[in-house]
Write a protein that binds this ligand. Structure first.
Ligand SMILES: O=C(O)[C@H](O)COP(=O)(O)O
Length: 215
């Protein structure tokens, strides 16, 4: 049975400052680098064989730290990027006008085709994340891949595997450097296809980051 580990990147400067990143970027904080090292230790113990990462800077930085610990090659895949948040990228979450806040809420509270101006819909995000995930099925027998991506992108993947709408990802707390696991199984009794084993595990982190709303 193929097991795929899903890791959100380590804490970044803008995560700590509550600024919207989307496909814009900011570097890992010192804490984010430490979190990535702790994922690296776990990844080594798990016998990870391949690392597949979003091509944004913060995920590449996290993937490089994990790869150093477990000695795997990194493959970059732009389909694993965070949701494109259009004109709201780089903005401080507490600085949004009421119109801007309405765009954001429309996106995360139940409209799969809603989008922030110049941004992407949750459905588009879901489609590209599933297409990237499907490539794990082509890896050689016995592979154990680890995917490094983003909060909304991974939340959308896990939600849709569970049969929930893409926007249900806001109901999942995927903190920086949390690990989720999904398996691809064929079962006569349970679901066949992707199933969720764990979501948002932070037991490998000394001091898990607070999520954005708690900061
Ligand atoms: O700020 C954002 O773009 C998202 O809410 C979180 O994205 P991240 O997982 O890349 O920090």
């Amino acid at each position: 049975m193929l097991q795929v580990y899903l890791v959100r990147h380590g804490e970044t400067q803008w995560n700590a400052e509550r600024r919207i990143q989307g496909q814009s970027d900011s570097p890992l904080t010192e804490k984010g680098e430490q979190q990535a090292r702790q994922v690296g230790e776990r990844a080594k113990a798990l016998g990870i064989t391949h690392i597949i990462s979003s091509d944004l800077g913060r995920t590449r930085q996290t993937a490089a730290i994990i790869a150093e610990a477990c000695g795997c090659e990194i493959t970059l895949d732009a389909r694993l990027r965070e949701l494109d948040m259009g004109v709201l990228e780089e903005r401080h979450i507490d600085s949004l006008t009421s119109d801007e806040e309405a765009w954001r809420r429309q996106l995360v509270n139940g409209t799969s085709d809603g989008r922030i101006p110049d941004g992407e819909s949750m459905q588009e995000l879901s489609d590209r994340m599933h297409a990237a995930l499907a490539e794990c099925l082509e890896l050689p027998e016995g592979s154990r891949p680890l995917v490094v991506s983003h909060g909304m992108a991974l939340g959308c993947l896990v939600s849709t595997i569970l049969g929930l709408p893409a926007w249900a990802e806001r109901r999942l707390r995927l903190r920086n450097c949390s690990i989720s696991r999904i398996d691809y199984q064929q079962s006569p009794w349970l679901a066949s296809g992707w199933v969720v084993e764990t979501a948002g595990d932070v037991s490998h982190l000394d001091a898990p980051a607070l999520d954005e709303l708690q900061r």
